[in-house]
Write a protein that binds this ligand. Structure first.
Ligand code: NAP
Length: 254
C-alpha cells in the first residue's frame, strides 16, 4: 500500500522541526529517497534546508508552529491540496526544558514543553491520520528519546513528554493497524545537533560525562537517526507497528 505513487509519481512526506538537527537530516534522507518532502519548522528555513529545496530534491519549506492546532490543520490541508496525498510523516519538532530539578521547573516552562513536545505530536498525528484514512495507507514516525524509556536528571517535563509519545504511538498504532496506517517512534540517544551542542556549550564537561555512559563511546550523528526513520517509513518495515526504536549506542540497555 505504501508504494502507491502520486500522479506525478512521487510519494509525499512531511518532517517537522526540519530546519536543523535531526529533522533536517531526516528530511534530507527522505527527499533523497524520492519523496516529495515538506520541511516544516517554526522558523524560516535554515541555509541547509534552503539548499535542499534549491537542489531540486523535491523538497519545500513550510512555516508552522506544531503547538498551534489550527496552524497544523492548515499545514496538512496545504500539503494535501498541493500534492494530493501524504504517505509518510515524521513528527519530530521538540524543545528542551531548562535543566533543573522537577520542583524548580515553572508552570510556564512545563506548559510550553507539553505544548510543543507532546501536543505538537498529537496535533500532527490527528490530521495526518485523517488524511491517511482517506488513502487507506501511510506511515508515521514520532520522535521520542532514549529519555522516553529512562529517567534523566533535571529534565522532568521533557522526559514526561517523551514517555507520553511512546504511549501515544503504541495506542494509535493499535487504533489504526487494520486501516493500513503504521505508527512508530524513534528514540534517539544523544545526537550531535544544535540542541545537544547548546547543552554542551552551557556545560562543557557534559560531553565527557555523556560519552562515559554510552557503550558505543561517542555521540550519535543526525544521519544515524535519519536512516532509522527512513526505514520505519518504508515498505521494508511493513509489519513494524507501535514500536519504539532505540538508536542510542546501547545507552539505555546497559
Ligand atoms: P534542534 O536541533 O533544536 O531542532 C529542532 C527544530 O524544531 C528547530 O528548528 C526548532 O526551532 C524547531 N521547533 C521548535 N519548536 C517548534 C514548534 N513549536 N513547531 C515547529 N518547529 C519547532 O533539535 P534536535 O536535537 O534535532 O531534536 C529533534 C527532536 O529529537 C526533538 O524532538 C528532540 O527532543 C529529539 N531528541 C534529540 C536528541 C539529541 O540528542 N539531539 C536526543 C533525543 C531526542 P527553534 O530552534 O526555533 O526552537
Amino acid at each position: 500500500m505504501e508504494t502507491i505513487d502520486t500522479m506525478k509519481g512521487k510519494r509525499v512526506a512531511l518532517v517537522t522541526g526540519a530546519a536543523m538537527g535531526i529533522g533536517l537530516a531526516c528530511a534530507e534522507a527522505i527527499a533523497k529517497a524520492g519523496y516529495m518532502t515538506v520541511l516544516v519548522d517554526i522558523k524560516e528555513p535554515s541555509e541547509q534546508a534552503r539548499k535542499l529545496v534549491e537542489e531540486g530534491f523535491g523538497a519545500v519549506a513550510y512555516r508552522c508552529d506544531v503547538s498551534d492546532t489550527l496552524a497544523v490543520k492548515e499545514m496538512i490541508e496545504w500539503v494535501v491540496g498541493k500534492y494530493g496525498r501524504l504517505d509518510a510523516a515524521h513528527n519530530n519538532a521538540g524543545i528542551q526544558t531548562p535543566q533543573r530539578p522537577m520542583a524548580e521547573i515553572t508552570d510556564e516552562e512545563f506548559d510550553r514543553t507539553v505544548a510543543v513536545d507532546l501536543k505538537g505530536v498529537w496535533n500532527c498525528m490527528r490530521y495526518e491520520i485523517i488524511q491517511m484514512l482517506k488513502q487507506g495507507s501511510g506511515a508515521i514516525v514520532n520522535t521520542s528519546s532514549q529519555g522516553g524509556v529512562t529517567g534523566l536528571p533535571g529534565q522532568a517535563a521533557y522526559i514526561a513528554c517523551k514517555h507520553a509519545i511512546i504511549g501515544l504511538t503504541r495506542t494509535a498504532a493499535i487504533d489504526y493497524a487494520a486501516k493500513g496506517i503504521r505508527i512508530n517512534a524513534v528514540c534517539p540517544g544523544v545526537i550531535r545537533t544544535p540542541m545537544a551542542e547548546d547543552l554542551i556549550h552551557r556545560n562543557p564537561e557534559l560531553e565527557t560525562e555523556l560519552v562515559r555512559d554510552i557503550p558505543a563511546g561517542r555521540l550519535g550523528k543526525p544521519e544515524e537517526i535519519a536512516n532509522a526513520v527512513l526505514w520505519l517509513c518504508s515498505p521494508q518495515a511493513s509489519f513494524v507497528d507501535g514500536h519504539a526504536l532505540l538508536v542510542d549506542g546501547a545507552f539505555s540497555i546497559h
